[in-house]
Unconditional design. Structure first.
Length: 163
C-alpha cells in the first residue's frame, strides 16, 4: 500500500491483528450477516484504503456522498481474502467516537444494530475493543483520518438519538 496513509493503515491493521469480536466465530450467531455482500451493501473506506482495494477481486470501490462530503465505499461479493478486509470490516460492530478533546475511542456502532447481535457491545471480547480503540487512537494522529472519523462519529451520534 503506497504512501503515508497506507503505512498508517497497515500499522492500524497490525494493532488489531487477529483480534475479533468474540474468541469464537461470531458469524455462527447471525449466519454471517455482515459478510453477505450484494448490491449497495458494503463499508466506508478510511482515507487511503481505496488504493489498496482498487482492482482487487471481490471488491468494487466507488465514490459516494457521505455526511456533507465525499467518501470512498467498497462493495463486496460476500467473501474476500481476510488479509485485504478494509478497516471498517476489521472493527465491526464498533465505530470511532471522537470526543471534544479530539481523543477517539471505540464504541458500539448503531449502524450495526440491524444485523449484528453483538451491536450493544455487551458481549464483545475486551481485547478486541481495546485493540480497535488503540487502532483508532493511532489513526487520529493524522488530521485526514481524524476528520473522517469525526464524520462517522457525527453520523453515529445522530443515529443514537433514536435509541
Amino acid at each position: 500500500m503506497p504512501g503515508y496513509l497506507g503505512r498508517l493503515l497497515e500499522q492500524a491493521y497490525r494493532v488489531i491483528g487477529d483480534a475479533t469480536p468474540l474468541p469464537v466465530d461470531c458469524g455462527q450467531l447471525c449466519e454471517t450477516a455482515c459478510c453477505q455482500g450484494g448490491d449497495e451493501v458494503g463499508m466506508l473506506l478510511f482515507p487511503g484504503e481505496q488504493l489498496l482495494l482498487a482492482g482487487k477481486r471481490g471488491f468494487e470501490v466507488s465514490r459516494i456522498d457521505y455526511m456533507g462530503g465525499r467518501a470512498w465505499f467498497v462493495g463486496c461479493a460476500g467473501t474476500c481474502d481476510r488479509e485485504l478486509r478494509p478497516l471498517a470490516c476489521r472493527v465491526f460492530p464498533l465505530g470511532p467516537q471522537v470526543l471534544p478533546s479530539g481523543r477517539v475511542r471505540a464504541v458500539p456502532d448503531p449502524r450495526s444494530r440491524r444485523m449484528c447481535p453483538l451491536a450493544t457491545g455487551e458481549f464483545l471480547d475486551p481485547a478486541f475493543v481495546k485493540a480497535v480503540g488503540a487502532a483508532f487512537s493511532l489513526l487520529a494522529r493524522e488530521p485526514a483520518m481524524l476528520r473522517f472519523m469525526k464524520r462517522i462519529s457525527d453520523e453515529m451520534d445522530e443515529l443514537n438519538r433514536f435509541f
